[in-house]
Design a protein around this ligand. Structure first.
Ligand code: GCU
Length: 337
């Protein structure tokens, strides 16, 4: 596989399945989908979802709206996804690894050094012949529909010291997303993995429970990790998508014309969020430098790639995953770094 391109938890009581409180700028009696988000209101995914809600309301004559809850207000992703499955929260953005608990074959898209470029990742996710069965599997078993897959940056390691080689990660406790693939990956990279929801990371870094984490530059700055973990090292080990999800039954309950509009707007939101992301990365880097974060470029990413190769090999262990991996390979060749 090609190398990657250079490139608080507050709980809210859940009431009825849909709120009709007019939030998000709504008229009376409409159906408002709640959309759970674990990052800030500045994030392009938040802005795109909010805009989607406004357009949806307008184009369905007020029958539907979306209210976006930022900052993990509805819980961490692996908690919220259970509620989306149950239909008590309608929509969410979710990081790829959390999907593995619903269908382990999603792992293929969460493996290190998998995608050669943003374009390659996009090509795979926009190809229904690649994604169709995978999506259908969780609609049937979990009542979760994947509306889109979005670019979510390139992930790098950051922490209390610069990390240039796997040996540098020795003894460092590093937060990873909550899935087996992420735990194994970080182990192979040389560190001690600590899976947890994103909202807990700041406090854990500050108190020294963690020595570091791995994420894109936007999380590094927006969640103030750059204040407590100064060294951001370009391991470029992951390009994992976020997915926009909706409860399948809530989607099916819409009148066909409204559903068509909804799906169209979901695609517009994907494009809008992706476009905003690259700018958001640049702004995040500049802002992190203002608080004296250091960005380490001379990282031996080849050594990390070699270290994690066994995970990639072992994970592609059935025909479904092999077919997905072949599709990624083809997309990488057509869209090289
Ligand atoms: C990224 C990603 C999120 C994910 C988060 C995490 O920000 O976009 O979906 O939840 O990383 O590491 O938990």
């Amino acid at each position: 596989f090609a190398l990657l391109a250079g490139l608080t938890s507050m709980s809210v009581a859940f009431g009825a399945a849909c709120s009709s409180d007019g939030a998000g700028g709504g008229g009376g009696g409409k159906t408002t989908f709640r959309l759970a988000f674990n990052q800030t209101e500045e994030h392009p995914q938040y802005i795109a979802a909010k805009n989607m809600g406004e357009k949806l309301e307008e184009r369905t004559d007020g029958r539907y709206g979306i209210r976006v809850y930022a900052n993990e207000q509805l819980g961490s992703q692996n908690e919220v996804v259970q509620n989306v499955s149950a239909g008590t929260v309608e929509m969410m953005y979710i990081g790829g690894p959390v999907m593995e608990s619903f269908n382990p074959d999603f792992i293929v898209f969460n493996l290190p050094y998998m995608f050669a470029s943003i374009e390659a990742q996009d090509a795979v996710f926009s190809d229904e012949s690649v994604m169709g069965d995978l999506k259908k599997s969780i609609e049937e078993s979990k009542r979760i529909t994947v509306l889109s897959a979005l670019f979510a940056g390139v992930r790098n390691v950051y922490g209390s010291k610069a990390v240039r080689t796997p040996a540098d990660l020795g003894g460092m406790k590093i937060r990873v997303q909550q899935s087996d693939s992420q735990v194994k990956m970080l182990e192979l990279m040389g560190g001690i993995p600590s899976p947890m929801g994103q909202g807990e990371v700041y406090t854990a870094l500050q108190s020294g429970v963690l020595d570091g984490a791995e994420n894109n530059e936007t999380v590094f700055h927006a969640l103030k990790h750059d204040e407590v973990a100064k060294f951001y090292s370009y391991t470029r080990h992951l390009m994992i998508p976020d997915y926009l999800l909706i409860n399948t039954d809530k989607l099916n309950e819409m009148e066909e014309a409204d559903r068509t509009v909804f799906l169209e707007l979901a695609e517009e939101a994907r494009v809008e969020a992706n476009e905003g992301f690259l700018t958001f990365i640049d702004e995040s880097i500049a802002a992190a430098k203002e608080v004296d974060a250091e960005f380490i470029e001379d990282v031996d990413s080849e050594a990390f790639r070699t270290a994690v190769a066994p995970l990639v090999e072992q994970s592609i262990n059935n025909d479904v995953r092999q077919a997905l991996a072949d599709a990624v390979d083809a997309a990488n060749q057509a869209n090289p770094a």
